[in-house]
Ligand binder design. Sequence first.
Ligand SMILES: Cc1cc2nc3c(=O)[nH]c(=O)nc-3n(C[C@H](O)[C@H](O)[C@H](O)COP(=O)(O)OP(=O)(O)OC[C@H]3O[C@@H](n4cnc5c(N)ncnc54)[C@H](O)[C@@H]3O)c2cc1C
Length: 482
Amino acid sequence: MATPFVAGTRGAVLHRGLVDLLGEEQVLWQKHDLQLYEYDGAVDTATPDAVVIPRDTADVANLARFCSEHNVPLVPRGAGTGLSGGAIPVEGGVVVSFARMSRILELDAANLRAVVQPGLVNLHLSTAAAPHGLYFVPDPSSQKACTIGGNVAENSGGPHTLAYGVTTNHVTGLEIVLTDGTIVRLGGKAHESEGYDLIGLFVGSEGTLGLITEITVRLSPLPEDKRTVMAAFPTMDLASEAVSAIIASGLVPSAIELMDQLATVAVEASVGAGYPLDAGAILLAEVDGPRDGLDDHRARIEELCRANGATSIRVAETALERDRLWAGRKGAFAAMGRLAPDYYVQDGVIPRTRLPDVLRRIAEVGERYGVRIANVFHAGDGNLHPLILFDGSLGPDVLRQVKAAGVEILRACLDAGGSITGEHGVGMEKNCELPLQYGPDDLAAMLHVKRAFDPAGLANPAKIFPTPSRCREFSLHAARSV
Ligand SMILES: Cc1cc2nc3c(=O)[nH]c(=O)nc-3n(C[C@H](O)[C@H](O)[C@H](O)COP(=O)(O)OP(=O)(O)OC[C@H]3O[C@@H](n4cnc5c(N)ncnc54)[C@H](O)[C@@H]3O)c2cc1C
């Protein structure tokens, strides 16, 4: 029979139970420790009742059984770089940090597979695979810090997933601990497994179905060579037209990224990537693969950029120059600190051809709310990342206004036939907006799926699905501001 902890006493009682179960080393409970787990890369915060840092799957399963008996929520956490509040314990409970489960268990170069623990940092996998001529394709701009577990939970993309697919295309096996402590294994090293695509279901489930404790990923051969082109345009409209022209030409670049002038100014101050400061837009495009033919593809991209108004073009001549160009793009979010104390990043997707219209609507939103908005995004995928700049020290009203501006941007994406998230997930940041995209029947069907795996609702509660308390307050505010 479940013995729920009583609010207020939960922390102390929980701490004693967890230490008895797992040992002192695995449990954090003091206020100063818990404060470190109140945050992720988004803007909301909440304090956990305890943090557990398991050593292996058995620890996770024991923890889940214990929490199930006592009706305590479980909130998985990788590196906390998530941008939708996914790792925030909004209803309290235990944050499960995978920092100690960060090993590569097997690197099977012959089968192009690696078996890894969820806390492995994304870049560490590609670094380990490089001597075998292999790499892990998904490369979020946060790849120096984010974990493979977080990538799987968010179905993350990255600048180079345009040609080769996002995380779901590179996962072939999972080990999962359900909230009742059951350990489930799905797939393995083979290309396909029979029956329903349950791996596909877990990838992108944002920790709401269970805790991922082991991942089998596909490794890909490193391309023989690459060509990287930076083109400067007077306006975002012209750069967007160039993106559509490149895709329409039949070329499939491994990456096409765009950033506007505000972002460029921040990047140059922070990274010094060599982008021209007077450009209205900077486009980065890369083609890779067999060396033969790459120069033709590069030349075609240059030609299409010129035909669409590029004022200057630079091609990286060396690996060092290429790294410098990418350092600018990958460091763009962090560079926002040069412009404002805080930023709030949105993550909508639209059909590529609607880029000019939607970018104009984003600029209008910025004017109406009196906020500066920088744009840095995966243009090839139509995946926008408007960064709304603000100063959170000016009080909670500022953040509320910024969030309301964010909702308007999401509405613009939906109006253009897009979606409210491309790769950062719904989390606790957009769960109130999910009904803008899905009707009650769709949401009910998704909830049935969640309940099939997590009947007690203990896996990362108050994420993805709207919750009455938070969502009512926010939609009233948003309605007032529009
Ligand atoms: C500067 C910057 C750049 C970024 N660029 C990109 C980008 O280009 N593309 C992109 O897609 N994202 C990007 N992100 C977002 C973020 O890095 C990714 O979503 C990443 O995959 C999160 O990994 P994490 O380890 O930090 O996960 P966390 O933030 O710790 O968690 C994210 C979600 O995953 C769940 N989770 C974590 N581990 C597990 C597990 N073992 N089992 C079950 N659920 C789990 C959490 O509960 C949470 O819901 C960026 C973020 C920053 C700060």
